[in-house]
Design a protein around this ligand. Sequence first.
Ligand code: GUN
Length: 291
Amino acid sequence: MELIDGKKIAEEIKREIARKAAEIIDAEQTPPHLAAILVGNDPASETYIASKEKACRAVGFTSSVYRYPAEISEQQLLEVVDFLNTDEEVHGFIVQLPLPRHIDANKVIERINPAKDVDGFHPVNVGRLALGLPSYVPATPAGIVLLLEKYGIETEGKHCVVLGRSNIVGTPVSLLMSRKAVPGNCTVTLCHSKTTNLAEITRQADILIAAIGQPGFVTGDMVKEGVVVVDVGIHRIEDNSEKGYHITGDVDFKSVAPKSSYITPVPGGVGLMTIVSLLLNTLKAYNREIY
Ligand code: GUN
């Protein structure tokens, strides 16, 4: 069993991004600028935004956060999106999800200029991904593919089983794994809450990507010997430790790791790659690589 070291790979890629940002700054150009819109005070969103800002600082990007109270109206939020769409100082931005219930998130996402949609959530980017055209790829799926690539994991002709069909992870990663590319060329099965005989399917997986949002859901009896396991879950579990909690994934590491050829730990696996992929998308926006 080999641990997939997301931390090491993320640090390597960040150093490369920092080198590119330094070149831009040395040429007296303004560095890439990533902005985020944050509505309300969801703790997970606060954590994500804080790591995004820290990562931007670390590589020399400009970062800004537009914070609004949960009571902001949909119309006001759409106006903020319009502002960032046309602000030439901002190269890419994200609207942190979830949004309060009175705001239609789809309507807000559709308002984002696809050329600045570094989350890759706009229907134009999702459609282009589905068609195999150049597009922004959502950060977590992009990070997963980067990890498989960096570890030289064979994907062609393999059976990849994805657990979870969210717009943020499950659906786009299933598109990436089935596309005609490396990594890719997998036979993909996308499982979800209505899937029957789930364990029978997961036991056929050569590559198993768990993104269902349930701690410890995948257990050793659900995987075959030699499987490659990618754990996307991040759950904070209260305990009696000094910190008062620990972080765990969708996979029961203790029973699954001994049967795996490769496995991503939580923390230290996919999570750190998400932010790095967002930085890479911002660099693409800056260089106008896609639009
Ligand atoms: N909420 C959870 N993950 C994400 C993400 O990748 N982007 C945004 N905008 N919101 C999220």
